[in-house]
Design a protein around this ligand. Sequence first.
Ligand code: TRP
Length: 448
Amino acid sequence: MHKNRFSRIGYILAIAGSAIGLGNIWKFPYITGANGGGAFVLVFLLTVFTIGMSVFIAEIILGKIAKKDAVSTFEELSPKNRKYFKYIGFSFLTGIIIISFYPVVIAWILHYIGVSFNSLPASVNEAESYFLNYSQNSILSQIFYFTLVFLAIAYVISKGVKDGIERLNNSLIPALFLIFLFMLLYSFSLDGFGKAFHFMFYPDFENFNTNSILIAVGHAFFCLSIGMSTILTYSSSISEDTHIFKAALFVVIMDVITAIVAGLIIFSIIFTADASPDKGAGLVFITLPAIFYEMGSAGVVFAVFFFVALAFAAITSAVSMIEPAVMYLIERRGFSRKKATTTISLISYILGIMAILSMSNDFKELLTFGNKNLFDWFDFITSAILMPLGGIAISIFVAFIMDKNLVRKNLVPYMGEFLFKVWLFILRYLTPLFILALMLKELGVLDF
Ligand code: TRP
């Protein structure tokens, strides 16, 4: 029944577009900075290529075999107890929650493209108060950019897989790579490059502990967009002649390269200015703008390119968060694509506005529950509970519940018997174990 499909390259760019996002360019560098650099990068790489890639492949074959929306996929592929297993498909709800805070960050990025042109803050202190003031007091400006972002996302989704998603990724992802290449070449010429390289690749176990391992595991999931049926949904429109193992390997490698290059670029700039690498979430919105200012007109050009690249990466990810829910409404509830897009966008839009308000001085009391405001709750619930749950459920389903011959038949031709066995082992034992540890730790049940 499947309408239009991705072309081979279109599919690869689309899953790359989903995976490469704020997680790579904004989050990866700052958590690397906070967790000791090289040692953290090493663990991150190990996890991405074992646990991360295994779940990634699991989602791909689910989508490829069933060619349906997420709920129907689990229903159709479970040999028994269909009415229970189909609920794994509702892991797409995680995407709806993420899409209500993720575009808030895109709204900041759009605002910072303007800031780069004419009003870069002159020092880190100034940059810090500027950012805090913007995120807490400029509600209207945030809502304005947030609305723009939502209209763009809804427009792309309403056009469908081929004319919307594929076309968007076909232009933005190559553009992103180009900008990054240019920025990387420039950063070679900076004095801080050597230090940045050393920081990223030489393990320093001093700032590294068991907690860092779990952060690395959690980030491997976030960074690859797994555990919420996104990759599954995109893969339901895969073309038959796609080599799934090569495609998965390619995307995972590109995802990792983007993160590492982002780190090299950012840390080169930071070390050149003798700034500190462990400034946390403010690295991109506070430390960098202040350094861009110091760099004079080169800094302005750099800043604009940097924020444009960040916006491209984030928008292609955001689009992929909505599509699974839209596909569900179309295939299971008989919605038209337009109506499904409008429904899901409206829900996320309203949640997103609430997330913005929850950070503002005027409304934060109303929208803070316990020790977190709504924005932080959305982030916490998705990364500490929903995403790990989705990840465990998907792995267990593919590794234990699904017809093993079907799985084998769909993978062995691409990866051979040996790699298939390794893959199955990881999916069966390592993945659930690590995710469970991550979840218990984040929920504060386990402390180590
Ligand atoms: N991978 C995206 C990033 O690195 C974030 C993300 C997490 C995501 N889960 C997702 C994107 C689901 C799309 C769909 O920024």
